[in-house]
Design a protein around this ligand. Structure first.
Ligand code: 3PG
Length: 307
């Protein structure tokens, strides 16, 4: 009997765990659950005889990948797979997959939640401002970016997008103005929402020179990854311009500096919250379980990311 380990430091909603169990049991597989673990050793111990794993933002390094000699597949129930050591997977002959699109709406809704909370001054009773008529720049027009556009349209925002990997015609068809460069996007927009992945090219790519192009009152919304921000550059700009704001799902490393020096100009979540809804967990968790069954039963590698 195949054993599938769910290793989630940040647990799925119970309904998602039940859904995953149902998919796996129907295929005759056994599910093991390791939630809220505190050390990698706990994870490695539980992984000992697993044929497959489902994870979230859990850091699947070479040690973890090598902890089960039976491991054939690891699925990141979510979009970004920067937390999986793909080289280690390749060396161990393990297929790595993600579940693109499954939690995108939840992330887009959180980005709007952060914006609303910020423009209404944390609902503190004082006069704030509105999103209608403001310019929103979507930096990378993938699954989350497209949900952002849908929601922003309802708010009456003016929409721009920059994504070299998406045909301009598709961006125009969705009612957005495509811009050729990130520089143009940051220069044109009151709010820029980040949806780029974290990889060698993007790490620390959003910094002083780009952000300083933003107009007065410019607000950066980061529900992507904290690693794509050059925090030093961002702090330099926050210091120079008292109009610039930063909203982020997961606080930056320099959180204490923001708290000390820039009150009212940031919103940070306490834990990564973008995909933390029952719906997103159910979508991504069941997709992950189904992909594992399809991989073992049909050799389906559709969502493999370490090809
Ligand atoms: C993703 O890449 O899908 C999101 O960042 C979700 O991450 P999480 O599963 O840790 O909430």
């Amino acid at each position: 009997m195949k054993k599938v380990l769910i290793a989630t430091e940040k647990p799925f909603a119970p309904a998602a765990v039940n859904g995953i169990r149902e998919v796996l049991n129907q295929a005759g597989y056994q599910m093991e659950l390791l939630e809220s673990y505190t050390t990698a050793d706990e994870w490695k111990k539980a992984a000992g005889d697993a044929d497959a794993m489902i994870i979230r933002s859990d850091k699947a390094n070479a040690d973890v990948i090598g902890s089960s000699l039976k491991l054939k597949i690891i699925v990141r129930a979510g979009a970004g797979y920067d937390n999986i050591d793909l080289e280690a997977c390749n060396r161990a002959g393990v297929v790595a997959m993600n579940t693109p699109g499954q939690n995108s709406n939840a992330v887009a809704e959180l980005a709007f939640g952060l914006m609303l909370y910020h423009v209404r001054k944390g609902f503190n009773g004082k006069s704030g401002s509105e999103l209608r008529g403001k310019k929103l720049g979507i930096h990378a027009y993938g699954n989350v970016g497209q949900f952002m556009a849908q929601i922003a349209r309802g708010f009456g925002m003016e929409l721009y997008a920059c994504d070299p990997f998406v045909e301009k015609a598709n961006i125009i068809a969705d009612g957005l103005k495509p811009l050729n460069t990130a520089e143009e996007l940051y220069k044109s927009c009151d709010f820029v929402s980040l949806h780029i992945p974290a990889n060698e090219k993007t790490r620390k790519s959003i910094g002083y020179s780009l952000l300083s192009l933003m107009p007065k009152g410019g607000t950066l919304v980061n529900t992507a990854r904290k690693e794509v921000i050059d925090e030093e550059g961002l702090l330099k700009l926050m210091e120079e311009r008292s109009d610039i704001n930063y909203l982020s799902d997961l606080a930056p490393d320099a959180k204490e500096i923001f708290e000390d020096k820039y009150p009212g100009r940031f919103v940070f979540t306490a834990k990564k919250m973008g995909a933390q809804t029952a719906e997103a967990n159910i979508n991504a968790g069941i997709a992950a379980a189904t992909q594992i069954v399809n991989f073992f039963e049909k050799g389906d590698t559709t969502f493999q990311v370490n090809k």
